[in-house]
Design a binder for this molecule. Structure first.
Ligand code: GSH
Length: 210
C-alpha cells in the first residue's frame, strides 16, 4: 500500500500522526503543506480536504482528514493499542475527546499569543482569560495520572499521543506548574519514547513571529 501524509512537521496535529506511525512502525511518505509551505490554498488540496487543514492521509486514494480519525484508522489497521479491548479503547477515546475539546483550545490560544502572533498583535487579555482554562485542564490530567500510569490506564494508548503531543510546547513555555507532579512524571515517560523525541520534542522556532 502507498501511504502519504500531507502536512508540515511543525504542526502539533501532524505530529500526533507522525508519532502514531512511529509507534505502529508504519511507513509513510510526507509532503510538506501548510504554514510557510503553502499548498493548502490550492484546488488540488481542497479536493483532499475542503477545510484546507493538515494533516491529511492518502492511502491508495482513500483520503482521510482530522488527526484523531487518522490515528484511529492507522491503529485499527495495524492492530495497535486498544484493538480488541473495547473498554480500553473507549477510555482512550474519552481522553482524546478531552484533548480536542478542553485541553487543546486554551493551549492553542496561549501558543498564538506567546509564539505565533507578532508582538503588536498580542493581547494580554487573552492570556489572562485562557490561562485558567489551561490550568484547569492540566489539573484534570494531573489528577488522572496520579492514579494511572498512562491516560487510559495501565497501557500506553492513542490518548497519550493525542494529549502528549501538546506537552513539549506546554512545558517549554513554562505553562505547566511544577506542582503537577504526576503530569511531569508522565511527560518524562513520554520523553522516553522514540516517536515523541523524533516528532514532538522539536523546535517550533519557524512558527515564531517577532
Ligand atoms: N481538527 C483538525 C485541526 C487541523 C488544523 O487546524 N491544522 C492546522 C495545523 S495544526 C492547519 O492546517 N493550519 C493551516 C496551516 O498550517 O497552514 C485536526 O486535528 O486535524
Amino acid at each position: 500500500m502507498r501511504r502519504t501524509l500531507w502536512g508540515r512537521a511543525s504542526s502539533v496535529n501532524v505530529q500526533k500522526v507522525l508519532w502514531t506511525l512511529d509507534e505502529l512502525a508504519l511507513d509513510c511518505a510526507r509532503i510538506d503543506a501548510g504554514g510557510r509551505h503553502g499548498r493548502v490554498d490550492t484546488d488540488e488540496f481542497a479536493r483532499l480536504n475542503p477545510n484546507r487543514r493538515v494533516p491529511v492521509l492518502d492511502e491508495d486514494g482513500f483520503v482521510l482528514w482530522e488527526s484523531h480519525a487518522i490515528m484511529r484508522h492507522l491503529a485499527a489497521g495495524a492492530g495497535g493499542p486498544g484493538s480488541g479491548q473495547p473498554r480500553l479503547r473507549a477510555r482512550a477515546d474519552q481522553w482524546m475527546e478531552f484533548t480536542v475539546t478542553t485541553l487543546q483550545p486554551p493551549f492553542l490560544a496561549l501558543f498564538w499569543q506567546l509564539v505565533r502572533l507578532p508582538e503588536a498583535r498580542r493581547d494580554p487579555g487573552v492570556l489572562r482569560a485562557r490561562r485558567p482554562e489551561l490550568d484547569a485542564a492540566l489539573g484534570v490530567l494531573d489528577d488522572r495520572l496520579a492514579t494511572t500510569t498512562w491516560l487510559a490506564g495501565d497501557d500506553f494508548t492513542l490518548a497519550d499521543i493525542a494529549a502528549g503531543s501538546l506537552m513539549h510546547r506546554i512545558t517549554d513555555l513554562g505553562l505547566a506548574d511544577t506542582g503537577l507532579e504526576a503530569l511531569h512524571r508522565w511527560h518524562r515517560a513520554l520523553g522516553a519514547r522514540p516517536g515523541y523525541r523524533a516528532h514532538v520534542a522539536t523546535s517550533y522556532e519557524e512558527l515564531r513571529r517577532a
